[in-house]
Design a protein around this ligand. Structure first.
Ligand code: ADP
Ligand code: MG
Length: 240
């Protein structure tokens, strides 16, 4: 599903260029359940944004579902993104003046689906998240966990193959974190490739594979064995 070779990314600011991803190579197969961990500033969000075609990279290759994601026009990038990717953010990114149903339906508005049809589909997705009765509530009337489930419903409405979540539980208490993780885990069980950036051990422990970044490189990976993550060897196939 995701194949990355020797990926490099620098940010060009007024100061010196900041080399953020330093030769990442990574394969994630369809249906995997992956956490990306690492200290703040290690490049997790940068990597996720490149995976989600929200940002570009400087060197290396990224193939998504067999397509080389490189030198795309805005329009091509948006096309692949809409077809393949659902995003979930720490801060939910809901539109405050639209109710839950309208927020979930929004991606279909951009696909020119009729109001009636998009509201029916949005309601199905809200229902799946246990939020049918909250459809006509505004975001400020919802708890953090409910907001994040609305955001997940919105991410799912385009039937993406991959869910990318950047610290989706970062603003939630531990009980709500569990609730949101149950939702993400069940989506993964349905076959959605799920990649979660997180600081929280309870979140990474729920996944089947942890990719740990340090200073823009993969320091090590673990995979779940009999329910626990075993450390496997550090990754050596990288160069700065
Ligand atoms: P993480 O998500 O692991 O905390 P990020 O990928 O957000 O790390 O950031 C990695 C580094 O790149 C940090 O030093 C951050 O300050 C820097 N950075 C992130 N985005 C930008 C940007 N748009 N412009 C310049 N520097 C950035
Ligand atoms: Mg980040």
């Amino acid at each position: 599903m995701i194949h990355i070779r020797q990926l490099h990314k620098s940010y060009h600011t007024e100061a010196l260029p900041l080399h953020v991803l330093k030769g990442i190579s990574l394969d994630i197969e369809a249906g995997e359940y992956v956490a990306v961990t690492g200290a703040s500033g290690s490049g997790k969000s940068t990597l996720l944004n490149i995976l989600g075609i929200l940002d570009t990279y400087d060197a290396g290759d990224y193939h998504l579902n067999g397509t080389l994601i490189k030198n795309l026009s805005e329009r091509q990038a948006a096309g692949y993104r809409n077809e393949m990717i659902g995003f979930v953010f720490q801060s939910f990114n809901l539109i405050n003046f639209k109710n839950a149903l309208e927020n979930v339906a929004l991606p279909l508005y951009y696909k020119k689906v009729s109001r009636k049809k998009r509201n029916i589909i949005a309601m199905e997705h809200l229902d799946k998240m246990g939020l049918k009765d909250w459809a006509h509530h505004m975001p400020n009337e919802l708890s953090g966990g409910q907001k994040q489930r609305v955001a997940i419903a919105r991410a799912m409405i385009s039937n993406p193959k991959v869910i990318l979540a950047d610290e989706p539980t970062g603003a939630l208490d531990s009980k709500t974190t569990e609730e949101v993780m149950e939702v993400l885990t069940s989506l993964n069980r349905e076959g959605i490739t799920t990649i979660i950036v997180t600081h929280e051990k309870s979140v990474s422990d729920a996944t089947n594979r942890i990719i740990h970044l340090k200073d823009g490189m993969i320091e090590y990976e673990t995979r779940k064995n009999n329910g626990v993550h075993d450390t496997i060897q550090p990754v050596h196939n990288q160069s700065v």
